[in-house]
Design a protein around this ligand. Structure first.
Ligand code: SF4
Ligand code: SF4
Length: 463
Protein backbone atom coordinates (compact mmCIF):
# COMPACT_ATOMS: atom_id res chain seq x y z
CA UNK A 1 0.00 0.00 0.00
CA UNK A 2 1.40 3.41 -0.97
CA UNK A 3 1.36 6.10 1.68
CA UNK A 4 -0.26 9.44 0.86
CA UNK A 5 2.25 12.22 0.13
CA UNK A 6 2.96 14.37 3.16
CA UNK A 7 1.39 17.82 3.08
CA UNK A 8 3.98 20.54 2.37
CA UNK A 9 5.19 22.11 5.60
CA UNK A 10 4.50 25.72 6.48
CA UNK A 11 7.36 27.72 7.92
CA UNK A 12 7.68 30.39 10.57
CA UNK A 13 7.78 33.91 9.08
CA UNK A 14 11.34 34.85 8.23
CA UNK A 15 13.20 37.30 6.03
CA UNK A 16 14.22 34.74 3.40
CA UNK A 17 10.88 33.18 2.48
CA UNK A 18 7.43 34.48 1.63
CA UNK A 19 4.83 33.37 4.18
CA UNK A 20 2.23 32.87 1.48
CA UNK A 21 4.40 30.24 -0.25
CA UNK A 22 5.05 26.70 0.90
CA UNK A 23 8.40 25.01 0.45
CA UNK A 24 7.15 23.34 -2.77
CA UNK A 25 6.14 26.73 -4.22
CA UNK A 26 2.39 26.23 -3.79
CA UNK A 27 0.12 28.81 -2.18
CA UNK A 28 -0.29 28.79 1.57
CA UNK A 29 -3.62 30.41 2.35
CA UNK A 30 -3.29 32.89 5.17
CA UNK A 31 -6.11 32.90 7.72
CA UNK A 32 -5.37 35.92 9.90
CA UNK A 33 -6.98 35.80 13.30
CA UNK A 34 -9.54 38.43 14.27
CA UNK A 35 -8.38 41.54 16.05
CA UNK A 36 -10.16 44.36 17.82
CA UNK A 37 -8.86 47.72 18.90
CA UNK A 38 -8.82 51.47 18.24
CA UNK A 39 -6.97 51.20 14.91
CA UNK A 40 -9.55 48.69 13.63
CA UNK A 41 -12.39 51.03 14.54
CA UNK A 42 -10.61 53.99 12.98
CA UNK A 43 -9.96 52.07 9.73
CA UNK A 44 -13.54 50.85 9.57
CA UNK A 45 -14.85 54.42 9.74
CA UNK A 46 -12.52 55.48 6.93
CA UNK A 47 -13.50 52.46 4.79
CA UNK A 48 -17.23 53.06 5.24
CA UNK A 49 -16.76 56.64 4.02
CA UNK A 50 -14.55 55.58 1.07
CA UNK A 51 -16.92 52.81 -0.04
CA UNK A 52 -19.91 55.16 0.25
CA UNK A 53 -18.08 57.75 -1.90
CA UNK A 54 -17.18 55.10 -4.49
CA UNK A 55 -20.78 53.87 -4.76
CA UNK A 56 -22.39 57.34 -4.65
CA UNK A 57 -20.28 59.36 -7.10
CA UNK A 58 -21.78 57.91 -10.32
CA UNK A 59 -25.25 58.99 -9.10
CA UNK A 60 -24.22 62.57 -8.31
CA UNK A 61 -24.74 65.23 -10.98
CA UNK A 62 -23.15 68.68 -11.01
CA UNK A 63 -24.41 71.34 -13.46
CA UNK A 64 -26.50 68.63 -15.11
CA UNK A 65 -23.49 66.36 -15.76
CA UNK A 66 -22.05 63.36 -13.87
CA UNK A 67 -19.68 64.38 -11.05
CA UNK A 68 -17.01 62.11 -12.58
CA UNK A 69 -17.28 60.58 -16.03
CA UNK A 70 -14.47 59.43 -18.30
CA UNK A 71 -16.29 58.83 -21.58
CA UNK A 72 -13.45 57.45 -23.70
CA UNK A 73 -15.40 56.64 -26.93
CA UNK A 74 -16.79 60.21 -27.04
CA UNK A 75 -13.56 61.70 -25.65
CA UNK A 76 -15.54 63.67 -23.07
CA UNK A 77 -14.46 64.01 -19.46
CA UNK A 78 -16.40 65.50 -16.54
CA UNK A 79 -14.77 66.31 -13.24
CA UNK A 80 -16.86 67.92 -10.52
CA UNK A 81 -18.50 70.48 -12.81
CA UNK A 82 -15.52 71.03 -15.13
CA UNK A 83 -15.65 69.56 -18.63
CA UNK A 84 -12.68 68.47 -20.70
CA UNK A 85 -12.20 67.01 -24.13
CA UNK A 86 -9.37 65.06 -25.74
CA UNK A 87 -7.39 68.27 -26.37
CA UNK A 88 -7.17 68.81 -22.61
CA UNK A 89 -5.70 65.38 -22.03
CA UNK A 90 -2.21 66.82 -21.56
CA UNK A 91 -3.39 68.15 -18.17
CA UNK A 92 -3.49 64.54 -17.02
CA UNK A 93 0.31 64.75 -16.80
CA UNK A 94 -0.10 67.03 -13.75
CA UNK A 95 -2.71 64.74 -12.22
CA UNK A 96 -0.64 61.56 -12.68
CA UNK A 97 2.58 63.22 -11.46
CA UNK A 98 0.71 64.85 -8.55
CA UNK A 99 -0.86 61.57 -7.41
CA UNK A 100 2.46 59.71 -7.80
CA UNK A 101 4.39 62.37 -5.89
CA UNK A 102 1.63 62.56 -3.25
CA UNK A 103 2.08 58.83 -2.60
CA UNK A 104 5.84 59.31 -2.40
CA UNK A 105 5.38 62.09 0.20
CA UNK A 106 3.02 59.87 2.24
CA UNK A 107 5.49 56.97 2.05
CA UNK A 108 8.51 59.04 3.02
CA UNK A 109 6.68 60.45 6.06
CA UNK A 110 4.18 57.76 7.15
CA UNK A 111 5.27 54.57 5.39
CA UNK A 112 2.46 52.52 3.90
CA UNK A 113 -0.39 54.57 5.36
CA UNK A 114 -2.04 54.62 1.93
CA UNK A 115 -1.87 50.80 1.67
CA UNK A 116 -3.31 50.22 5.13
CA UNK A 117 -6.05 52.84 5.10
CA UNK A 118 -6.97 54.00 1.59
CA UNK A 119 -5.94 51.49 -1.08
CA UNK A 120 -9.00 49.84 -2.72
CA UNK A 121 -7.28 46.45 -2.35
CA UNK A 122 -7.25 46.82 1.44
CA UNK A 123 -10.57 48.64 1.70
CA UNK A 124 -12.54 45.95 -0.14
CA UNK A 125 -10.54 42.90 0.99
CA UNK A 126 -10.47 43.73 4.69
CA UNK A 127 -13.58 45.90 4.82
CA UNK A 128 -15.91 43.68 2.78
CA UNK A 129 -14.73 40.29 1.49
CA UNK A 130 -12.90 39.08 4.61
CA UNK A 131 -15.85 40.14 6.79
CA UNK A 132 -18.22 38.09 4.66
CA UNK A 133 -15.81 35.17 4.90
CA UNK A 134 -15.89 35.43 8.70
CA UNK A 135 -19.69 35.53 8.59
CA UNK A 136 -19.93 32.22 6.69
CA UNK A 137 -16.77 30.37 7.75
CA UNK A 138 -16.23 31.62 11.31
CA UNK A 139 -13.03 32.73 13.00
CA UNK A 140 -9.52 31.82 11.80
CA UNK A 141 -9.53 28.45 13.60
CA UNK A 142 -12.91 27.51 12.13
CA UNK A 143 -11.86 28.75 8.70
CA UNK A 144 -8.74 26.62 8.74
CA UNK A 145 -10.70 23.58 9.91
CA UNK A 146 -13.37 24.11 7.26
CA UNK A 147 -10.73 24.45 4.51
CA UNK A 148 -9.14 21.16 5.60
CA UNK A 149 -12.42 19.27 6.08
CA UNK A 150 -14.08 16.99 3.52
CA UNK A 151 -17.09 18.24 1.55
CA UNK A 152 -20.34 17.70 3.43
CA UNK A 153 -23.65 19.57 3.66
CA UNK A 154 -22.32 22.09 6.16
CA UNK A 155 -19.26 22.95 4.04
CA UNK A 156 -21.31 23.05 0.82
CA UNK A 157 -23.88 25.45 2.26
CA UNK A 158 -21.22 27.69 3.77
CA UNK A 159 -19.06 27.71 0.66
CA UNK A 160 -21.90 28.40 -1.78
CA UNK A 161 -23.40 31.05 0.51
CA UNK A 162 -20.03 32.81 0.67
CA UNK A 163 -19.28 32.48 -3.04
CA UNK A 164 -22.70 33.75 -4.10
CA UNK A 165 -22.46 36.73 -1.74
CA UNK A 166 -18.97 37.52 -3.05
CA UNK A 167 -20.26 37.22 -6.62
CA UNK A 168 -23.14 39.62 -5.92
CA UNK A 169 -20.72 42.14 -4.40
CA UNK A 170 -18.26 41.72 -7.28
CA UNK A 171 -21.11 42.48 -9.70
CA UNK A 172 -22.01 45.65 -7.79
CA UNK A 173 -18.36 46.76 -7.75
CA UNK A 174 -17.82 46.05 -11.47
CA UNK A 175 -21.03 47.87 -12.47
CA UNK A 176 -20.05 50.82 -10.28
CA UNK A 177 -16.60 50.85 -11.84
CA UNK A 178 -18.12 50.88 -15.34
CA UNK A 179 -20.38 53.78 -14.37
CA UNK A 180 -17.27 55.96 -14.09
CA UNK A 181 -16.78 55.37 -17.83
CA UNK A 182 -20.40 55.21 -18.99
CA UNK A 183 -23.26 57.53 -17.92
CA UNK A 184 -25.36 55.81 -15.25
CA UNK A 185 -28.52 56.08 -17.37
CA UNK A 186 -26.84 54.30 -20.28
CA UNK A 187 -25.56 51.68 -17.87
CA UNK A 188 -29.03 51.11 -16.41
CA UNK A 189 -30.39 50.78 -19.93
CA UNK A 190 -27.56 48.30 -20.77
CA UNK A 191 -28.39 46.23 -17.67
CA UNK A 192 -32.03 45.94 -18.69
CA UNK A 193 -31.29 45.16 -22.37
CA UNK A 194 -30.03 41.93 -23.97
CA UNK A 195 -26.20 41.65 -24.08
CA UNK A 196 -26.29 42.07 -27.89
CA UNK A 197 -27.44 45.71 -27.49
CA UNK A 198 -24.31 46.74 -25.54
CA UNK A 199 -21.77 43.97 -26.25
CA UNK A 200 -18.73 46.02 -25.14
CA UNK A 201 -20.32 46.91 -21.78
CA UNK A 202 -21.43 43.31 -21.27
CA UNK A 203 -17.92 41.96 -21.99
CA UNK A 204 -16.39 44.58 -19.70
CA UNK A 205 -18.73 43.61 -16.86
CA UNK A 206 -17.95 39.90 -17.30
CA UNK A 207 -14.19 40.51 -17.27
CA UNK A 208 -14.23 43.06 -14.45
CA UNK A 209 -16.45 40.86 -12.26
CA UNK A 210 -14.18 37.86 -12.87
CA UNK A 211 -11.03 39.87 -12.05
CA UNK A 212 -12.56 41.42 -8.92
CA UNK A 213 -13.85 38.04 -7.70
CA UNK A 214 -10.54 36.27 -8.40
CA UNK A 215 -8.56 39.01 -6.70
CA UNK A 216 -10.59 39.30 -3.50
CA UNK A 217 -11.59 35.65 -3.17
CA UNK A 218 -8.23 34.04 -3.90
CA UNK A 219 -5.34 36.25 -5.04
CA UNK A 220 -5.54 38.67 -2.10
CA UNK A 221 -2.23 39.66 -0.47
CA UNK A 222 -0.29 38.38 -3.50
CA UNK A 223 -1.35 41.53 -5.36
CA UNK A 224 0.43 43.70 -2.76
CA UNK A 225 3.48 41.49 -2.52
CA UNK A 226 4.05 40.33 -6.10
CA UNK A 227 2.32 42.78 -8.44
CA UNK A 228 1.88 46.25 -6.91
CA UNK A 229 4.74 48.54 -8.10
CA UNK A 230 4.07 50.99 -5.26
CA UNK A 231 4.78 48.26 -2.73
CA UNK A 232 8.07 47.46 -4.48
CA UNK A 233 9.10 51.13 -4.38
CA UNK A 234 8.66 51.47 -0.64
CA UNK A 235 12.14 50.47 0.46
CA UNK A 236 13.80 53.27 -1.51
CA UNK A 237 11.44 55.83 0.03
CA UNK A 238 12.07 54.96 3.66
CA UNK A 239 14.78 56.34 5.88
CA UNK A 240 15.33 56.19 9.63
CA UNK A 241 12.83 59.05 10.13
CA UNK A 242 9.95 57.44 8.24
CA UNK A 243 7.11 56.78 10.66
CA UNK A 244 5.66 53.33 10.06
CA UNK A 245 4.33 50.27 11.86
CA UNK A 246 7.38 49.13 13.82
CA UNK A 247 8.36 46.80 16.62
CA UNK A 248 10.28 48.47 19.46
CA UNK A 249 13.19 46.05 19.69
CA UNK A 250 14.93 48.23 22.28
CA UNK A 251 12.04 47.65 24.67
CA UNK A 252 10.98 44.21 23.44
CA UNK A 253 14.26 42.27 23.30
CA UNK A 254 15.36 39.84 24.50
CA UNK A 255 11.95 38.32 24.01
CA UNK A 256 10.96 35.43 26.22
CA UNK A 257 8.12 33.69 28.01
CA UNK A 258 6.03 35.65 30.49
CA UNK A 259 7.66 33.78 33.36
CA UNK A 260 11.23 34.49 32.15
CA UNK A 261 13.00 36.90 34.48
CA UNK A 262 15.41 38.68 32.17
CA UNK A 263 13.14 39.06 29.18
CA UNK A 264 12.25 42.31 27.48
CA UNK A 265 8.65 43.47 27.01
CA UNK A 266 7.89 40.92 24.25
CA UNK A 267 6.42 37.73 25.70
CA UNK A 268 6.77 35.96 22.33
CA UNK A 269 3.03 35.21 22.21
CA UNK A 270 3.03 35.66 18.41
CA UNK A 271 -0.35 37.38 18.42
CA UNK A 272 1.16 40.02 16.13
CA UNK A 273 2.00 37.26 13.65
CA UNK A 274 -1.38 35.54 13.90
CA UNK A 275 -3.30 38.70 12.90
CA UNK A 276 -1.04 39.67 10.01
CA UNK A 277 -2.85 39.44 6.65
CA UNK A 278 0.44 38.91 4.83
CA UNK A 279 1.72 36.38 7.35
CA UNK A 280 4.88 38.19 8.41
CA UNK A 281 6.48 38.76 11.80
CA UNK A 282 6.88 42.50 12.37
CA UNK A 283 9.58 41.71 14.90
CA UNK A 284 11.87 40.82 11.97
CA UNK A 285 11.93 44.54 11.06
CA UNK A 286 10.59 46.52 8.08
CA UNK A 287 9.55 44.14 5.34
CA UNK A 288 8.23 44.53 1.82
CA UNK A 289 5.17 42.43 2.71
CA UNK A 290 4.01 44.78 5.47
CA UNK A 291 1.00 46.75 4.19
CA UNK A 292 0.77 48.96 7.28
CA UNK A 293 -2.61 47.54 8.27
CA UNK A 294 -2.01 48.17 12.02
CA UNK A 295 -3.47 44.76 13.01
CA UNK A 296 -0.28 43.90 14.88
CA UNK A 297 -0.45 47.20 16.81
CA UNK A 298 -3.93 46.41 18.18
CA UNK A 299 -3.02 42.75 18.80
CA UNK A 300 0.13 43.61 20.75
CA UNK A 301 -1.55 46.45 22.67
CA UNK A 302 -4.19 43.95 23.87
CA UNK A 303 -1.43 41.64 25.08
CA UNK A 304 0.39 44.50 26.82
CA UNK A 305 -2.82 45.53 28.53
CA UNK A 306 -3.39 41.97 29.73
CA UNK A 307 0.10 41.62 31.21
CA UNK A 308 0.00 45.12 32.72
CA UNK A 309 2.70 46.73 30.61
CA UNK A 310 2.55 50.01 28.67
CA UNK A 311 1.06 49.75 25.19
CA UNK A 312 3.05 50.62 22.08
CA UNK A 313 5.56 47.78 21.85
CA UNK A 314 4.39 47.66 18.23
CA UNK A 315 3.37 51.15 17.14
CA UNK A 316 3.69 53.85 14.52
CA UNK A 317 7.26 55.00 15.05
CA UNK A 318 10.43 55.76 13.07
CA UNK A 319 13.59 53.77 13.59
CA UNK A 320 15.18 56.98 14.89
CA UNK A 321 12.43 57.34 17.51
CA UNK A 322 12.80 53.75 18.65
CA UNK A 323 16.49 54.38 19.19
CA UNK A 324 15.93 57.51 21.26
CA UNK A 325 15.78 60.29 18.64
CA UNK A 326 13.02 62.88 18.24
CA UNK A 327 10.38 62.36 15.52
CA UNK A 328 11.34 64.28 12.36
CA UNK A 329 8.44 64.37 9.94
CA UNK A 330 9.64 67.62 8.30
CA UNK A 331 13.07 67.08 6.81
CA UNK A 332 14.90 68.16 3.60
CA UNK A 333 13.51 65.41 1.36
CA UNK A 334 9.89 65.83 2.51
CA UNK A 335 10.21 69.61 2.07
CA UNK A 336 11.63 69.15 -1.44
CA UNK A 337 8.91 66.66 -2.44
CA UNK A 338 6.24 68.99 -1.05
CA UNK A 339 7.60 72.01 -2.96
CA UNK A 340 7.52 70.02 -6.24
CA UNK A 341 4.00 68.83 -5.38
CA UNK A 342 2.78 72.39 -4.72
CA UNK A 343 4.35 73.54 -8.03
CA UNK A 344 2.51 70.73 -9.85
CA UNK A 345 -0.74 71.62 -8.12
CA UNK A 346 -0.27 75.29 -9.03
CA UNK A 347 0.45 74.36 -12.67
CA UNK A 348 -2.68 72.19 -12.79
CA UNK A 349 -4.91 74.88 -11.25
CA UNK A 350 -3.48 77.48 -13.68
CA UNK A 351 -4.02 75.14 -16.64
CA UNK A 352 -7.64 74.44 -15.65
CA UNK A 353 -8.53 78.04 -14.80
CA UNK A 354 -7.01 79.52 -17.99
CA UNK A 355 -8.49 76.81 -20.17
CA UNK A 356 -10.53 78.16 -23.11
CA UNK A 357 -14.09 76.98 -23.67
CA UNK A 358 -13.37 76.48 -27.37
CA UNK A 359 -10.41 75.84 -29.64
CA UNK A 360 -9.82 77.36 -33.06
CA UNK A 361 -7.09 76.53 -35.56
CA UNK A 362 -6.42 77.97 -39.00
CA UNK A 363 -4.54 75.44 -41.12
CA UNK A 364 -3.43 75.44 -44.72
CA UNK A 365 -5.44 73.13 -46.94
CA UNK A 366 -3.65 69.83 -47.35
CA UNK A 367 -2.47 69.02 -50.86
CA UNK A 368 -2.97 72.35 -52.67
CA UNK A 369 -2.62 75.22 -50.20
CA UNK A 370 -1.78 77.63 -53.05
CA UNK A 371 -3.12 77.63 -56.62
CA UNK A 372 -3.61 80.05 -59.52
CA UNK A 373 -7.21 80.90 -60.40
CA UNK A 374 -8.01 83.26 -63.25
CA UNK A 375 -4.49 84.67 -63.08
CA UNK A 376 -4.70 85.38 -59.34
CA UNK A 377 -3.00 83.63 -56.43
CA UNK A 378 -5.40 81.64 -54.24
CA UNK A 379 -4.55 80.51 -50.68
CA UNK A 380 -6.77 77.74 -49.34
CA UNK A 381 -7.23 77.39 -45.58
CA UNK A 382 -9.17 75.10 -43.29
CA UNK A 383 -10.67 76.60 -40.13
CA UNK A 384 -11.25 74.10 -37.35
CA UNK A 385 -13.47 75.17 -34.42
CA UNK A 386 -14.01 72.86 -31.43
CA UNK A 387 -16.61 73.51 -28.74
CA UNK A 388 -14.97 72.24 -25.53
CA UNK A 389 -18.03 72.95 -23.40
CA UNK A 390 -20.74 70.38 -22.75
CA UNK A 391 -23.43 72.91 -23.80
CA UNK A 392 -24.42 74.11 -27.26
CA UNK A 393 -22.53 77.24 -28.39
CA UNK A 394 -22.82 79.71 -31.29
CA UNK A 395 -19.82 81.22 -33.02
CA UNK A 396 -19.48 84.17 -35.41
CA UNK A 397 -16.60 83.84 -37.83
CA UNK A 398 -15.25 87.25 -38.91
CA UNK A 399 -12.43 87.79 -41.34
CA UNK A 400 -10.35 90.97 -41.04
CA UNK A 401 -10.59 92.66 -44.47
CA UNK A 402 -7.36 93.24 -46.39
CA UNK A 403 -7.42 95.65 -49.37
CA UNK A 404 -6.94 93.68 -52.59
CA UNK A 405 -7.87 90.30 -51.08
CA UNK A 406 -11.16 88.62 -52.06
CA UNK A 407 -12.38 86.09 -49.53
CA UNK A 408 -14.69 83.12 -50.06
CA UNK A 409 -16.13 82.05 -46.74
CA UNK A 410 -18.89 79.40 -46.89
CA UNK A 411 -20.14 79.89 -43.31
CA UNK A 412 -19.97 83.16 -41.34
CA UNK A 413 -21.79 81.65 -38.32
CA UNK A 414 -21.89 78.19 -36.78
CA UNK A 415 -23.85 76.50 -33.98
CA UNK A 416 -22.02 73.64 -32.30
CA UNK A 417 -23.44 71.05 -29.94
CA UNK A 418 -21.54 70.30 -26.73
CA UNK A 419 -18.07 68.90 -27.60
CA UNK A 420 -18.96 69.31 -31.29
CA UNK A 421 -16.54 70.60 -33.92
CA UNK A 422 -16.63 71.92 -37.47
CA UNK A 423 -14.10 72.27 -40.28
CA UNK A 424 -14.83 74.91 -42.86
CA UNK A 425 -12.73 75.87 -45.92
CA UNK A 426 -11.82 79.51 -46.52
CA UNK A 427 -10.19 80.91 -49.68
CA UNK A 428 -8.22 84.15 -50.10
CA UNK A 429 -7.55 85.33 -53.67
CA UNK A 430 -5.31 88.26 -54.70
CA UNK A 431 -3.03 89.73 -57.37
CA UNK A 432 0.49 88.68 -56.44
CA UNK A 433 1.86 92.13 -57.15
CA UNK A 434 -0.61 93.82 -54.75
CA UNK A 435 0.15 91.84 -51.58
CA UNK A 436 3.21 91.88 -49.33
CA UNK A 437 5.05 88.64 -48.83
CA UNK A 438 4.49 88.61 -45.08
CA UNK A 439 0.85 89.73 -45.13
CA UNK A 440 -1.10 88.18 -42.24
CA UNK A 441 -4.58 86.75 -42.82
CA UNK A 442 -6.70 87.01 -39.65
CA UNK A 443 -9.92 85.36 -38.59
CA UNK A 444 -11.77 86.11 -35.35
CA UNK A 445 -14.03 83.46 -33.85
CA UNK A 446 -16.47 85.01 -31.42
CA UNK A 447 -18.53 82.95 -28.97
CA UNK A 448 -19.96 86.09 -27.36
CA UNK A 449 -17.72 85.70 -24.30
CA UNK A 450 -14.05 85.55 -25.21
CA UNK A 451 -13.30 86.05 -28.93
CA UNK A 452 -10.14 84.47 -30.31
CA UNK A 453 -8.11 85.44 -33.35
CA UNK A 454 -6.15 82.97 -35.47
CA UNK A 455 -3.66 83.91 -38.18
CA UNK A 456 -1.76 82.55 -41.15
CA UNK A 457 0.63 84.24 -43.55
CA UNK A 458 -0.64 84.72 -47.13
CA UNK A 459 1.81 83.02 -49.44
CA UNK A 460 2.43 84.02 -53.06
CA UNK A 461 2.64 87.82 -52.53
CA UNK A 462 5.45 89.62 -54.34
CA UNK A 463 5.86 93.09 -52.91
S1 SF4 B 1 3.27 43.48 10.00
FE1 SF4 B 1 1.56 44.43 11.10
S2 SF4 B 1 1.07 46.26 9.91
FE2 SF4 B 1 2.38 44.98 8.64
S3 SF4 B 1 0.93 43.82 7.41
FE3 SF4 B 1 1.42 42.55 9.18
S4 SF4 B 1 -0.13 43.06 10.71
FE4 SF4 B 1 -0.24 44.63 9.14
S1 SF4 C 1 2.14 40.55 20.09
FE1 SF4 C 1 3.62 41.83 21.14
S2 SF4 C 1 4.27 40.57 22.86
FE2 SF4 C 1 3.28 39.18 21.45
S3 SF4 C 1 4.94 38.44 20.14
FE3 SF4 C 1 4.10 40.20 19.13
S4 SF4 C 1 5.39 41.88 19.80
FE4 SF4 C 1 5.72 40.20 21.25
Amino acid sequence: MTRPAAAPKTHAPNLDELSMLLADGSRSTIHPSDVKGPWQRFKLRIWVVLIAIYLAIPWIRINGHPAILIDIPKRQFFLFGATFNAQDFWMMVFVVLGVGLGLIIVSATYGRAWCGFGCPQTVFLEGVYRRIERLFDGNHVQRRALAASKWNLNKTLRRFGKWLTWLAISLVLSHTFLSYFMPIRTLLEAITSPPSVHPAAFTFILLATAIIYFNFAWFREQLCIVICPYGRLQSVLYDKDTVQVAYDDVRGEPRGRFSDKDRGACVDCKHCVAVCPTGIDIRNGTQLECVGCTNCIDACDAVMEKIGQPKGLVRFASQGEIHGEARRVIRPRTILYSIVWVVLLGAFITAVSTRKSFEAKLLRQQGTPITRVEGKVQNAFMLHVVNKAAEKKSFDIRITPIPGVEVTQPIPHVDLEGFGDVRTPIFARFEASEIDRNQQFEITIDDGEAPRTVRQELIGGKR
